[in-house]
Design a binder for this molecule. Structure first.
Ligand code: IMP
Ligand code: MG
Length: 177
């Protein structure tokens, strides 16, 4: 089956929205520093774009979890593949996620991270698919709310491909080559 990607959110729209979110974080954490946690690999692009629009002292760490395998549906099992390098105790942590779908990954992560005693624990997601939620999560800073499509690009993959697209697009499968 052939795969097709149709643009849903353009490069420009993403850039503008990320600037707005950064401005809000700059206001909310005025005079403080923030510690960004990039959830690999999907949040790579969003973390970079966000970080370079922040004006306070910023540190960055990353962790890797997996809940999808090579399917377009979540398996429901969250696996920790790489943990953080540094302690988050006493830090203003902002978890940076690409997309919240069922909410399973984030509720697992937030619970895990809150036990490590950060001063403040916030969450930002570039995309939110609320239709598919099975576990409640509070997103402090949301980029875009999207319908229940499988999306790729700007860090998001299908079987590890399409992450490099500068926009977010909807992936569809067609019979013809
Ligand atoms: P959740 O645990 O169901 O909320 O899944 C969240 C993770 O699944 C995200 O961090 C993504 O890596 C992946 N994911 C969810 N929806 C999509 C999608 O539409 N395209 C690509 N990856 C997705
Ligand atoms: Mg992810």
């Amino acid at each position: 089956m052939a795969e097709k990607v149709k643009i849903l959110i353009s490069e420009d729209e993403i850039r503008r929205r990320v600037k707005e979110i950064a401005a809000q974080i700059n206001r909310d954490y005025q005079g403080q520093s923030v510690h960004l946690i990039c959830i690999m690999k999907g949040s790579l692009f969003y973390t970079c774009e966000l970080a370079r629009n922040l004006t306070m002292p910023v540190t960055i760490d990353y962790m890797a979890v997996s809940s999808y395998g090579s399917d377009t549906k979540s398996s429901g099992v969250v696996k920790m593949i790489k943990d953080l390098d540094e302690s988050i105790e006493g830090k203003n942590v902002i978890v940076v996620e690409d997309i919240i779908d069922s909410g399973r990954t984030l509720s697992y992560l937030l619970e895990n991270l809150s036990l490590r005693k950060p001063a403040r624990l916030a969450l930002t997601a570039l995309l939110d698919k609320p239709d598919r939620r099975v576990t409640e999560v509070t997103v402090d800073y949301t980029g875009f709310v999207v319908p229940d499509y499988f999306v790729v690009g700007y860090g998001l993959d299908y079987d590890q491909r399409y992450r490099n697209l500068p926009y977010v697009g909807v992936l569809s499968f067609t019979e013809e080559e």
